[in-house]
Design a binder for this molecule. Sequence first.
Ligand code: NAP
Length: 247
Amino acid sequence: MTDARIALVTGAGKGIGRAVALRLAAMGFLVAVNYNRSEKPANEVCRLIRDGGGTAVPFKADVSSGSDVKTLFSDVERELGPVAVLVNNAGITKDGLLMRMGSEDWDSVLTANLSSVYHCTKEAIRGMVRAKWGRIINISSVVALIGNPGQANYCASKAGIIGFTKAVAREYAGKGITANALAPGYISTEMTDSLPEAARNTLLQQVPAGRPGTPEDVAAAVAFLASGDASYINGQVIAVDGGMTMC
Ligand code: NAP
């Protein structure tokens, strides 16, 4: 790691984002814990990090809004410093078969999952170029690679993240910045715990590891990509899926 030490994790109050914030704090990063609705959980994440001797500050922002994101970055910069590691984790689902998918469900998922990545990366990149160092880690999904019935909006948003990641990786590769995407498989969080039991069992049958992943499994991959060991890994999509999508 360089002396650049500020990490911003979007949607860090719960689930995968929470595990990522805790893991990056354990690596010594000062963590900006973004949340939108989960204020109490985000405060709890910060308390846990501070109890462990780390530094963490909660920042409320709806990352689907460009103006919220601008304010978020100026607040983080003022309170902690320029963002060196950006983890674009925030995401939602609004599932439904295409025939019944209204344009609101399309727009809201694309905006929350993909436009948020554009807004945050755009705000982060200038400081990273100035520092000649940066790590952008985008949380996509295995469904971007293999599709999923009932998730045309979600799959499109997560596939969009992959294209965006590769473009940014090429654009800034010469500036000490890497951009990579993770494609988690079936990870046990509120997002998947809310699925009907039959759907969860069907998912599990597709996992050679025979268990759902944990948020910590994903956080471990983020930690690696944020570390000095990953400086020659750029523009990649790394599946964290217990073997679900192996060829
Ligand atoms: P989760 O427990 O439902 O958490 C979603 C997080 O996203 C929450 O912290 C939420 O924050 C945040 N978020 C949503 N919209 C936001 C917005 N507009 N602004 C700021 N934060 C926002 O889900 P999760 O499973 O941890 O998912 C995390 C990421 O992993 C998502 O991008 C998801 O698509 C991806 N993923 C998950 C799985 C899985 O199996 N769980 C698999 C592949 C990919 P608030 O509660 O504060 O609104």
